[in-house]
Design a protein around this ligand. Structure first.
Ligand SMILES: [Zn+2]
Length: 505
């Protein structure tokens, strides 16, 4: 575990050793720091003897500057029309990495600005990159770091955000035993005890089987193993004042996915402890809210925590199971388990909407391999008709761009509904085809057609008495670094995007 505190360094003298800082890290163009000509001079001199200046991250000896160390972390060409703000996160990550390895524990971060609107959150995104570098998993001892930042008025928000991101990374990254459903739930209970977020856990097997029948089918082979048994964690935050935003979040928390009876073979099972990134990100957002306590917003979340095990009790394809919303579902493939977990969780959240104004519902999940096939390392957002009518997906995409967690906007189509339509009179829906989503067209879009119907959200479309805007976020290719579920560090995507969407737009 590492500790990080971000502190506003408002003294210009801080640069010269009076603030206790032990390195100066410049992100971006060091020559562009007009308010700090002494740094520009140092860099200009160094450029005479080192052609890497401005091209690669590196450290200069800088007697007179805080800690005697100046780390330069260039972003590369920001004018290129296809660039985005992630350049700042990557540069800050590289620069802070050099400072930490050099021994610094109180680096001062300076971000060289850029007027382009694409880079309006460059400072915050650079802090996220720095935070990512400083983070070490909860089961490893890590440094205690105080990060100074110049030019940022409000540090409460970046600290709350980073603490939420740490929780999200801890929960996503824990191994199959450390973060099995009961352990994941315990982490949440501890995280939210005595905070502004209320937390409750459903652990009674009979209650789970009655109220979450699809989720419990996925968990059927894990009920008997106490430490692997399923949990539903419910979180609620109600801010002070008149509530103008009502959000409902469902998180997929498959703590380990063997595929079930449709067993993942050929080495495809390794990394499947990261199939809980959606639930982890929801918990991370709630942790940020618990610390920041914003006014006027209500956020209700449910996390479906299940281990998809194989065993003599395991559910199998062809079974027909009635969802919490009363929809008979034929199982197509037991490895398409995330949508089963989410459908029941969404159905419960639907009941919580209960007449409130302008409800917006989200599902967050590492749902399909197809999203990576379609979009590479990007996340996908898909809207129902109500959300599309309010352009909520486009807005989320815009926010995600400036916060360095870019989403692509996908659209739900009639073919997606045909894909999950009943194949016999005995069921109303087919959960999936019998192959891997990655191999079929529209593999990340059509699961939403299932989610909308199996959860009963199709009763809340345009023109209904209680329309509910619903956005499905597939983060299967972005919730760990480098699209590497085996060894990539969790990214905490899209906690920053959701927070900005909730508070600023
Ligand atoms: Zn699966």
């Amino acid at each position: 575990m590492s500790k990080l505190l971000i502190v506003k360094a408002d003294q210009e003298e801080a640069l010269f050793g009076d603030g206790g800082w032990d390195a100066v890290v410049v992100v971006g163009d060091a020559n562009g720091l007009e308010s700090h000509p002494e740094i520009g001079q140092l860099v200009a001199h160094a450029a005479h003897v080192d052609a890497r200046i401005g091209k690669e991250p590196l450290m200069l000896m800088a007697p007179g500057l805080a800690g005697g160390r100046l780390v330069l972390a260039p972003t590369g060409d920001l004018d290129n029309e296809y660039e985005d703000v992630r350049r700042f996160a990557e540069a800050a990550q590289a620069g802070i990495g050099i400072a930490l390895r050099a021994g610094a524990r109180a680096p001062l971060l300076l971000v060289s600005g850029n007027d382009d609107l694409r880079y309006s959150q460059a400072l915050e995104v650079a802090l996220m990159g720095a935070g990512h570098e400083i983070y070490t998993p909860f089961d490893v001892s890590g440094p205690e770091v105080t990060l100074g930042v110049l030019g940022l008025d409000e540090v409460a928000r970046v600290n709350a955000l980073e603490n939420g991101r740490i929780a999200a990374r801890d929960l996503c990254g824990g191994d199959p035993e450390q973060m099995a459903p009961p352990a994941f739930a315990d982490y949440c209970v501890e995280l939210f005890s005595d905070t502004a977020v209320s937390v409750s856990v459903i652990d009674d097997p009979d209650t789970l089987k009655a109220d979450y029948p699809l989720l419990s089918a996925v968990a059927r082979a894990s009920f008997a193993v106490e430490r692997h048994a399923p949990r539903v964690v419910r979180l609620e935050y109600v801010g002070e004042g008149v509530i103008s935003r009502n959000w409902f979040l469902a998180g997929k928390g498959v703590t380990f996915d063997t595929g079930g009876a449709d067993l993942k073979i050929g080495g495809a099972m390794a990394g499947m402890s990261r199939d809980k990134g959606g639930a982890a990100a929801v918990a991370g957002l709630m942790a940020t809210l618990a610390q920041l306590k914003p006014k006027g917003v209500r956020v209700v979340a449910e996390l479906g925590l299940v281990r998809n095990s194989i065993g003599s009790e395991a559910f199998v394809p062809d079974e027909i199971i009635e969802s919490h919303a009363g929809v008979k579902v034929r199982i197509g493939n037991t490895d398409a388990e995330g949508r089963l977990v989410l459908a029941d969780v969404l159905s419960h959240l639907r009941e919580s909407v209960n007449g409130c104004e302008n409800p917006v519902m989200f599902s967050l999940a590492t749902l399909t391999g197809h999203v990576g096939r379609a979009y590479g390392p990007y996340s996908a957002v898909i809207e129902n008709g109500v959300a599309r009518g309010q352009a909520l997906g486009g807005q989320l995409q815009m926010v995600s761009e400036i916060w360095g967690e870019p989403f692509e906007l996908s659209r739900l189509r009639r073919e997606d509904f045909a894909q999950v339509a009943a194949r016999s009179p005995s069921e109303r829906l087919l959960s999936s085809n019998n192959g891997a989503s990655v191999n079929i067209s529209r593999g990340h879009q059509f699961p939403m057609a299932f989610l909308v119907q199996a959860s009963g959200l199709d009763q809340h479309g345009l023109g209904s008495d209680q329309p509910i805007a619903y956005l499905h976020l597939d983060i299967a290719a972005s919730s760990v670094e480098k699209r590497d579920p085996l060894y990539g560090q969790p990214t905490a995507v899209p906690v920053a995007t959701l927070l900005a969407n909730l508070l600023d737009h």
